[in-house]
Design a protein around this ligand. Sequence first.
Ligand code: TEU
Length: 578
Amino acid sequence: MPENVPGPADSWWSDAVVYQIYPRSFADSDADGIGDLPGIIERLDYLSQLGVDVLWLSPVYPSPHDDNGYDISNYQDIDPLFGTLADFERLLAGVHERGMKLVMDLVVNHTSDEHPWFTASRDGGPGGDKRDWYVWRPAREGMEPGTPGAEPNNWGSFFSGPAWTYDKASGEYYLHLFSRKQPDLNWDNPEVRQAVYAMMRWWLERGVDGFRMDVINLISKAPGLPDGPVHKGSRYGDGSAHYICGPRIHEYIAEMHREVFEGHARPLLTVGEMPGVTVEEARLFTDPARRELDMVFQFEHVGLDQGPGGKFDVRALKLTDLKASLGRWQAGLGETGWNSLYFSNHDQPRVVSRFGDDSPAYRDRSAKLLATVLHLHRGTPFVYQGEELAMANAPFATIDDFRDIESLNHYRDQLALGAEETHILEGLRHRSRDNARTPMQWDATAHGGFTAGTPWIAVNPDHVDVNAKAQLADPDSVFHYYRRLIALRHTEPAITHGDFHLLHPEHEQLYAFTRHDAASGTELLVIANFGAADLTVGLPHGWEDSETLIANLPAGPPLTSTYTLRPWEARVHRRRTA
Ligand code: TEU
């Protein structure tokens, strides 16, 4: 590694914890039922008390909200639903005053179809000035444009249906990997790239501290846009091999780094969201010597409980799979790259319902266990709003309870294909992104204190028991456990720097590993019982007199070579090695 490039573990963000805010569902100040920036400002002390270092805001830009703001129609303003640029400035100042940083969501694989770039591209027709800013193609050869199967290739969109929409006026199709209101930008066009970089610099000049980059590994498409294989049970081809980490991806990310981040005075954070990224690719993206990105979100571990029928085909998680996957990422990025650590975000079901036990008996304890296991891995942890309260999946009853375009399209298409409604709803109840998007539960009052109006999506009725106010008052709450866990990361070098060694990889109920930091002469032992039954385990020797660093239950007997963990018990012990 060149001498002037510090290793990832020396970067400012190596002991940071990031908190994701989904503004639409965080706090509503003006009673329109939708969260907003002034609402966030009112809750900054809460976040500061939790102790997080960085806030990441899901998109707040003007948008027709076909995909809740991931369809942007103006990159350099704030949607009136959320407030104004002046509110944004107040928010940023409030964040900085409290010693935190603010990271924006950068959505540049696609824009909204209402973005002036796209309307110009569409209305200018073939040969127009901005035509080549998006991906336009004629119908498949020999086919009548606009008829079924005449799309330029067979790719399906992430949100059901084909990845192409026909524009009658020009007789061509445009590509959209997501909804038809999210046309893909053509990154092969240097003007597009320069326009994006200029916009990013504009935000950095306003004082933001970095970007979370939406599906950034999908921006380079394979030349010729070849058809993909058609998997069983699917009407469309899977084009992912032709756009996941495509041929020019590293060139574009390195160029972005040079054009936007290189030599910047303030410490910044860049994290790329990367569906389908492999460990090997992630290591390239996050190797500081290559000057691409600080870290990436990978998706392997959130696909382990999915059957062959896709994301709504729910399987029980095998703990051995989770350990093997996360363990491979720990080893694979090693000393060279850097992991981001997450179980939850606005696209994933609530983790306590998914990998834990959300029954009253074990909800809090299993939420604390999941946090312990995740935060003790090597990497930068991300907390998604409400995770620190053990918020759970929602009791959605009928399709009218759902709001998300992905869920609604899936329901419509599956019904049309003849699937049973009860079966479709069952899949949605487990997997719908709306599970993560029900409003923050601030207190036990109507709508959980989220809004004085009618919320855009129902608040989980369990807010009478599960809410921030109650947890702030209870020193034993999930909130205060997260607070202690986050604080530990700031003081315990073995959490940041320690190597990672998985114990008992074949055990179906025990998650155990050590973290050894030679420089500080400390070793940590993490043991967690993923289940509601007592678990007697064999431990390595030498931990008998170790101190408890953090645990979700009061100390039991000393850690001898056999130890019985109580249901959902998680413990972190520390000993000196030098
Ligand atoms: O998500 C990209 C992505 O691949 C998935 O997580 C997606 O949300 C879905 O689960 C597909 O089944 C990002 C954003 O996080 C998501 O909210 C957006 O909808 C999407 O990109 C498009 O911008």
